[in-house]
Ligand binder design. Structure first.
Ligand code: KG4
Ligand code: ZN
Length: 338
């Protein structure tokens, strides 16, 4: 049987990404990060869309080249329809539409949040695919959700944040500590050298499976201000312990809700996705939960956690199999349900 070759394009936020999949295997996965946003301490939408415009052709060329296939071999073009920044999404969708018209191949629209979840179905050695149904914890800079996944396209959000996303909690805490944007990976790095029990931050009380992180950010801010008033060197002298304690608190919040979700649904297969699932503490805690609670946990390969196009490609492949195609009037959506 002839293999399916999908070219996938992701441009929802500040990374321009393209990937080529042969069926459910990744032939290439290219990401161009936009470093420009660092000096502004956050993503500047206007700059993001401009950078996408500059990067998109070279990134797609690189993906095709690495995959060692020509445009004429492609079976379909998949792109991120949303959620995301409108100006960024439009660059990817316009390019995808033009290419699908030029090559006369189907166009496939992909939901970015579904893609973070379905990234687990990329065929990779030493990585198991979760059996349905399973629970997905999607944690990124924009989202924090617990999703009950009954099938590839049958997903239900059973808990989500009422304010900040986990990634924001990491990034805003890092900012309070004077670390550059995005601070999440740095908090992770320093946390590995610190004592997670050094400082205690109160956890929010949110009913059910929902989350809240804005209170934690404020608690950290007041704590740091108070300590720095007493000792101006407090942050530098305790950076590792502060980061370890913040990370520990965030992980406890996530684990408390996961435990409740397992109890309520009776499902003990847990898959994580989204940029924050790159966090070493979260990965370790979830691995340990297998023996501790008898869960089966699924932790994606590092390059499929932060924004990437391979995850868009695997959804594209699943949609290709059921011929879920779009015509060229399909529109980008800044907000889009699962
Ligand atoms: O999924 P993603 O790449 O983009 C969004 O769709 O938001 O997630 C980016 C978020 C940022 O907040 C970043 O700080 C966080 O993921 N992040 C981490 C780590 N790596 C990325 N947070 C904690 N620890 C990490 N190792
Ligand atoms: Zn994402």
């Amino acid at each position: 049987k002839k293999p399916v070759f999908i070219l996938a394009i992701e441009s929802s936020c500040d990374d321009t990404a393209a990937a080529v999949l042969e069926n459910d295997k990744v032939r290439s996965n290219v990401v161009a990060n936009q470093l420009i946003h660092q000096e502004f301490g956050g993503v500047v939408p206007e700059l993001a869309s401009r950078a996408h415009q500059q990067n998109i052709v070279p990134v797609i060329d690189a993906a095709l080249k690495k995959a060692n296939i020509s445009k004429e071999d492609l079976s379909a073009i998949a792109f991120t329809q949303g959620p995301g920044l409108m100006g960024s999404l439009l660059v990817g969708s316009s390019f995808a539409k033009s290419l699908s018209l030029a090559l006369d191949v189907p166009l496939i629209a992909v939901n970015h949040m579904q893609a973070h979840i379905l990234a687990h179905f990329i065929d990779e050695e030493n990585f198991d695919k979760p059996d349905f149904p399973f629970l997905a914890l999607t944690i990124s800079g924009g989202h924090t959700q617990i999703v009950k996944v009954s099938n590839y396209f049958e997903m239900e959000v059973i808990g989500e944040t009422t304010d900040d996303a986990v990634g924001e909690a990491f990034d805003k805490s890092a900012k309070i500590l004077g670390l550059p944007y995005p601070g999440g990976p740095l908090v992770d790095k320093y946390a590995q050298l610190g004592n997670p029990k050094a400082f205690a931050f109160t956890k929010p009380k949110v009913p059910g499976l929902d989350f809240s992180f804005s209170g934690l950010k404020t608690a950290i801010l007041y704590f740091i201000q108070k300590e720095v008033a007493k000792n101006p060197e407090f942050i530098t002298e305790n950076l590792n312990d502060i980061c370890a304690s913040i990370q520990h608190t965030i992980i406890e919040i996530l684990m408390d809700k996961l435990k409740l979700a397992v109890k309520e649904t009776g499902i003990n297969r847990i898959a994580i996705g989204g940029g924050v699932s790159a966090n070493s503490g979260i990965r370790k805690t979830l691995k340990e939960a297998e023996s501790k609670y008898g869960w089966k946990t699924f932790i994606p390969k590092f390059e499929y956690t932060t924004d990437n196009a391979a995850m868009i490609g695997i959804v594209g492949y699943q949609k290709f199999l059921i011929e879920n195609f779009e015509n060229s009037s399909v529109v980008s959506k800044a907000r889009i349900a699962l």
